[in-house]
Design a protein around this ligand. Structure first.
Ligand SMILES: Cc1cc2nc3c(=O)[nH]c(=O)nc-3n(C[C@H](O)[C@H](O)[C@H](O)COP(=O)(O)OP(=O)(O)OC[C@H]3O[C@@H](n4cnc5c(N)ncnc54)[C@H](O)[C@@H]3O)c2cc1C
Ligand SMILES: NC(=O)c1ccc[n+]([C@@H]2O[C@H](COP(=O)([O-])OP(=O)(O)OC[C@H]3O[C@@H](n4cnc5c(N)ncnc54)[C@H](O)[C@@H]3O)[C@@H](O)[C@H]2O)c1
Length: 460
């Protein structure tokens, strides 16, 4: 006999989008229930952002040891033990998971363990005098009922036709994070975010890496100059690239051989397939993240667009506030726009961006202006020994529309970059702000000083 349970909203999936929605909903006095078939925290915490960045931090330490003599410090890199790197990453994940579990408990949020399915048949909706009508989610034998449902089931790795992921030689990022021994060589299929982050970490650990990318450049969603700078940096680091070469076939025996268009073949111990992630269903949402079914919302990777944890957080918070406002008549929240969301790729060098790229800005506004400030002129970047630049895109005589960065640690600059673009600051306003010396944030200051017509450390 199915049990009935009454809540204000049922959230299916407790990843970044789902748990953020639950936390905010509870804060607003709603009674959410979270349905999760695995661990709260989802992809980002267990198989994504956190473990990969822990591995990339270990990679940075390996590089620091290897390159130490450049700074007059004679350290030697004896070996990298991937099992121990994994233990370190697991310990970080474990602490954060414990913290999150405690947070969910402290807000008295019920968590139902199991696979949730929204009932969409005719008897799923009970005739109710109020709107929206009650919705039902089945979890095994249990039926949960609430006027609002939030779908937050995320995405999983895509594969390609004819490509069998065996978890041993042909891996997704999930498998790659569970490796305990380093391969001698690896092919990374896909030069997007996951591809370049793994390529970067593995190279730092001494692996021979080849990245195969179908489009004409790495990180094709970034500015073309950023792709070029990354390609140059990868070349210097000994990472091989086959760019503009879609994979044609894969042969697996005692190694993996990938054939790309034009007949080139490359072999390695393992192949990481990083050709994007897809949700397990297609949902269409309006600007307020409501699906075609009244009272049913979707958040996070399930919603077409950027697949980022902080977008999931923002979606989750938005939907909780939206539901509270529909229920209580409180002010409705502002929709989340992908254009306002900062993105960071944690490869070496790092890439960070927010707002419009040059081409998109030109298409939208016609007359635009750009300025690129090289990190060669930035003291802190010179101390770190990094190359790169800050590119600012502004509307002609207007506000800043986008900021794009590459270089060591530039991810930390994206906070200021997003304040500038999201507050639609003018270069002269940013130029009036004093940046501490010597910091990399000065590069942002310098770019805006130049755009405001008063360049400081700029040659020519
Ligand atoms: C290797 C890697 C690195 C990444 N690095 C970053 C990064 O550095 N920064 C960043 O911003 N983003 C990063 N991402 C992306 C980020 O992980 C996702 O954007 C984010 O996790 C999406 O959150 P979500 O809530 O939509 O889905 P998820 O986090 O995938 O959560 C969905 C949850 O739903 C559960 N679920 C699914 N179906 C059901 C069901 N029917 N019933 C019950 N439960 C269900 C799943 O078990 C899962 O826990 C990375 C992703 C990967 C793979
Ligand atoms: N730092 C971060 O924020 C971070 C880190 C990792 C993942 N993520 C998110 O996870 C999502 C998935 O990442 P991803 O790197 O798998 O996807 P992606 O879309 O970023 O990159 C996939 C790449 O694979 C290429 N590709 C597709 N088919 C190919 C083929 N047949 N042969 C060769 N190349 C091919 C594409 O052109 C593309 O460049 C991204 O949307 C990203 O936002 C974010």
């Amino acid at each position: 006999m199915a049990a009935m349970s009454q809540h204000d909203l049922i959230i299916v999936g407790a990843g970044s989008g789902g748990y953020a929605c639950a936390l905010r909903a509870a804060e607003l006095g709603l009674r959410p229930v979270l349905v999760e078939e695995d661990l709260v925290g989802g992809t980002c915490l267990h198989r994504g952002c956190i473990p990969t960045k822990a591995v990339l931090h270990a990679a940075e330490i390996a590089d620091a040891a290897r390159d130490s003599t450049r700074f007059g410090v004679h350290a030697t890199l004896e070996r990298v033990d991937l099992g121990e790197v994994r233990n370190y990453a697991d310990s970080v994940v474990g602490r954060l998971h414990k913290g999150l579990t405690g947070l969910i408990k402290s807000r008295s949020i019920e968590v139902v363990r199991g696979r949730g399915a929204l009932e969409t048949g005719p008897d799923a909706v009970e005739g109710q005098p109020t709107r929206p009508p009650m919705r039902r989610v089945r979890v095994g034998e249990q039926i949960l009922q609430a006027p609002y449902v939030v779908l937050a089931t995320g995405s999983s790795p895509r594969s390609l036709p004819g490509l069998e992921i065996d978890g041993t030689r042909v891996l997704t990022s999930d498998h790659a994070l569970r490796l305990t021994e380093l391969p001698t060589s690896a092919i990374v299929l896909g030069g997007g975010v996951i591809g370049v982050e793994f390529a970067s970490a593995w190279r730092s650990f001494g692996v021979e890496v080849t990245v195969v990318e179908a489009l004409p450049r790495l990180v094709p969603n970034e500015e073309p100059e950023i792709s070029q700078a990354l390609q140059r940096a990868f070349r210097r680091r000994g990472i091989k690239t086959l760019i503009g070469k879609p994979m044609e076939s894969v042969r697996v025996d005692e190694s993996v051989t990938v054939s790309v268009s034009g007949g080139t073949e490359v072999s390695a111990d393992i192949l990481l397939v990083a050709v994007g992630r897809a949700p397990d269903r297609t949902v269409r949402v309006d600007e307020r993240l409501q699906t075609e079914i009244e009272g049913v919302y979707a958040v996070g990777d399930l919603v077409p667009g950027l697949q980022l944890a902080h977008r999931g957080f923002a979606h989750g918070i938005f939907v909780a506030e939206e539901i509270a406002s529909l229920r209580d008549g409180t002010p409705s929240p502002t929709p989340v726009l992908d254009q306002s969301i900062p993105r960071v790729t944690y490869s070496d060098p790092e890439i960070a961006a927010v707002g419009l790229g040059e081409a998109a800005a030109r298409e939208r506004y016609g007359d635009i202006e750009t300025f690129t400030y090289e990190l060669a002129g930035n003291g802190r970047s010179q101390i770190l020994g990094t190359q790169g630049f800050v590119k600012v895109v502004r509307r002609a005589n207007g506000p800043v529309l986008g900021i794009h960065l590459i270089g060591a640690r530039v991810g930390e600059l994206v906070g200021e970059a997003q304040l500038i673009t999201n507050w639609e600051a003018y270069p002269q306003e940013v130029a009036g702000l004093i940046h501490a010396h010597p910091t990399q944030s000065e590069a942002l200051g310098e770019a805006h000083l130049a755009l405001a017509g008063k360049p400081l450390h700029v040659h020519g």
